[in-house]
Structure formats: C-alpha cells, structure tokens
Ligand binder design. Structure first.
Ligand SMILES: [Zn+2]
Length: 412
C-alpha cells in the first residue's frame, strides 16, 4: 500500500547489487544443496504420510543431517525448510515439464535473528561467533529512515541484497477521547479531555443513507420494469457499482473530516465485528440498519487516516443507563432514553456516545466517575432529548425509510 496514511506493521524494503565474498557464495551453494536435500525428504514424507509436509515437519526430519553436515548457526535451517516446501508445493501443483523439483538459483531468505546492522554493515551470523559483513548502501534514499525499524528479513542472492524492515505501529492513545455512536442519521460523539466532558459533537450521515435509499428505490424499479433477465442483471450490476462508489466517496469524506477536525483525539468506537452473526442487545432494528450502513468500512478508513490509535469497546447496552442515578432507562420511542427515577428524557444516541467514551477511558485504565459528568449542568443539558419540530432541518425525512414499519408507527 502506498497511502500517505500509515497503518500498523507495514513492510519497507530496500535493495542493491553487491559483490558477494567467497564465503557467502559457498554459503549460498551449501544452502542450495540443503534445499535439494529438503526436496528429496519432502517427497519421502509425502509418500509416507499422504500429504505435503509443513516446514516444521521437514525441519524435524532433516535437522540431524543439517547440523552434522554444515555446522552453520541453527537458524539457517528455517529458510531452507521454508524454501524446500514452497518449491515442492509449486512443483506438485504444476510440474512445468520437470521430472524432479529443484532449486536452481543461489538465493536465501535469512531470518531476522541472523542479521544485524552494525557500523554501516549488515552483519550475518554464519556459524556461532562467526560473522560475514556486507557493506550497506547508505546512499539509498530511504536507508536512514528504515534503519530505525526492525529488520524482518534479508534476501541474499549472488548479485543482490534485499533488506526488509517492519515499520512499527507508532500510533498512540491520546488523552483526549471521542466516544462515537453510529446511528440512523448521524454520528453522535462525546468529547472527554483532561477528565472533563468538553461537549457533544454531531456529524450527519444523511448523505450515506440517501445513497443507500436511492439505490434501493432504483433496484426495485429495475426489478419491476425490466423483464429481460439478462438486461435486468446488467442494470442491477451497474446500479450496484455506482452505488458502491458513491457510498465509498461519502465514507471517505466523513472519515477525513472527523480526522482533520480532531487530529489530537483517540476515537472510541463500538466493536460491532460480530453483530451481523449474533443476536444482540441492539435488537433487530439496528441490525437491519447496520447491514446496510457500511460500518466496518467506515471504521477501517477512520483507523488508517487517524494519526492516533482507535479504541474498540464492547457494544452491549451502551444506551441503557441513566448517567445521573444509574437506573435502567426505557425507550418509549427509538430516539429517547427515559429515566423514570429522575423524570428525564435523554437523547438516546448522545447518551450512548457518553457511555462509549466512558468505556474507552475504563479500557485505558483511566476510569472516569459519571458524577463528574452530572456535576456540570451545561454539559448535562447536551444529553437531554429535545423534541424537534417537524419540518425543521434535522427532523430527517430520510430516517423513516430506515426504520421498520412498526417503529415508524410509534414515532408518528
Ligand atoms: Zn436517573
């Protein structure tokens, strides 16, 4: 991936030509012989066990031979077994006219344990306490950056050196947390910083919902009016492709906006990985909705665009407790969380975002007393449910299309 945004554990590789020493050429020839031996043993094992051995099976088989024949450092047997099994597997799959599998090239992939960068050289452990040095091409544009990372592998041939690094996941959890609840019309967010609830944010997702609704309508129309099955298939496929692009576009815009506006925050989101498979406290309604709202894709975008780590919390029951008294709340309509004890109506989505934020803090070992929220009335007001006038913006006509009939009936 060549994104400007970095994600965790990416590979970085540099390579250059070199002149191998006599000892390296000898080493590569020995390794090629060892791979040949590994191929013979692979065939033996296959005949005995009826299946291609794993590299570990093969290592068990050839280790006594390998140690007594060469005296190389013990790690060298690993790439030999991996290469042998890979060559053997591809030979079994497609012989390309060959009668026997064979390793022809002088080429070996060395484990990171055998390789170290030292004073402008790659130091390779050949035998215990016996090293071979290859000068590094320090002029390589990226070398000084990559050399800070962990070496993942060295590929050595008789002409080329290919050095791979693993770029570590450097994202951090920030003090500032934004708990996010994804719901029908918008993303509701609670911002907590330095032990204070700073406020509530909202981001409309109406554009995404609209694209999804447009598509459903178009699909129904095609199914009703296009009689030729082949033509119908094509029309549906086209509509699906266009819709997927438009949704992706909208997701990109929304995720980029959130990250741009909150570069110093760790987002806390619900881990809904399994929501489609399992029955869930969210219930049927939200599941229907989430099946159509590309939540996983949205999170993926948020995760790789954000310079900070994202925290995923358990989603169960985030909209079920009163933040003032802890009483279980009721939902007289979909959007309201009502505490009968305090005689208060909360905005269900906003309240959920508060619960998600608090779970994020808990997970970071930074538990946050709910009383700290309720002690600030101006913040508390943000969680109260405000009945919206029909016809005003935000009263959301797109929403109705998403709520199953019985719920629409209740709201009306
Ligand atoms: Zn209460």
């Amino acid at each position: 991936m060549s994104h400007a945004w970095s994600s965790s554990g990416e590979k970085r590789t540099i390579w250059w030509y070199y002149e191998p020493s006599g000892q390296i050429v000898d080493y590569l020839k020995d390794m090629r012989d060892a791979v040949h031996y590994g191929l013979l043993k692979s065939e033996e094992l296959r005949r005995t066990n009826g299946k291609i051995p794993s590299p570990i099976d093969l290592r068990r088989e050839i280790k006594p031979w390998f140690d007594s024949t060469y005296g190389y450092a013990k790690h060298h047997i690993n790439p030999v077994c991996r290469s042998a099994v890979a060559i053997f597997r591809s030979f079994r799959k497609n012989r390309k006219g060959k009668r026997y599998p064979e390793a022809r090239k002088l080429s070996m992939r060395l484990d990171s344990e055998l390789v170290k960068l030292q004073d402008g050289f790659i130091r390779i452990t050949i035998r215990p306490q016996e090293y071979e040095y290859i000068p590094v091409n320090g002029k390589h544009a990226k070398y000084s950056e990559y050399s800070q990372y962990r070496i993942s592998e060295l590929l050595l041939t008789d002409r080329k050196v290919v050095l791979s690094f693993t770029k570590p996941d450097q994202k951090e959890i920030r003090e500032k947390k934004i708990g996010m609840d994804v719901n029908f019309r918008n993303l509701s967010m609670t911002v907590i910083n330095d032990g204070n609830v700073e406020g509530v944010l909202e981001e409309s997702t109406g554009n995404i919902v609209k694209v999804q609704n447009d598509y459903s309508r178009r699909r129904r129309k095609v199914q009703k009016h296009v009689m030729n099955p082949r033509k119908r298939q094509r029309k549906l496929r086209e509509a699906r492709g266009r819709q997927a692009n438009r949704v992706k576009d909208a997701l990109h815009k929304t995720s980029a906006k959130l990250v741009d506006e909150n570069p110093d925050a760790t987002f806390v989101v619900e881990d809904l990985t399994n929501i489609r498979k399992t029955s869930h406290p969210y219930g049927e309604k939200l599941r229907t909705y989430l099946n159509r709202w590309p939540y996983a894709e949205f999170l993926r975008m948020l995760e790789y665009k954000s310079p900070n780590k994202i925290i995923k919390v358990n989603p169960g029951g985030t909209s079920s407790e009163c933040p003032v008294c802890g009483e279980k709340v009721k939902h007289p309509t979909w959007k309201i969380s009502r505490c009968e004890n305090c005689d208060r109506d909360y905005d269900r989505d906003r309240l959920a975002s508060l619960a998600i934020s608090l779970r994020g803090l808990d997970l970071c070992g930074d538990p946050f007393p709910v009383s700290a929220v309720t002690s600030v009335p101006s913040v508390m007001d943000e969680y109260l449910y405000v009945r919206k006038q029909p016809g005003l913006s935000g009263a959301g006509s797109t929403e109705a299309a998403y709520v199953p009939n019985k719920v629409v009936h209740k709201i009306a």
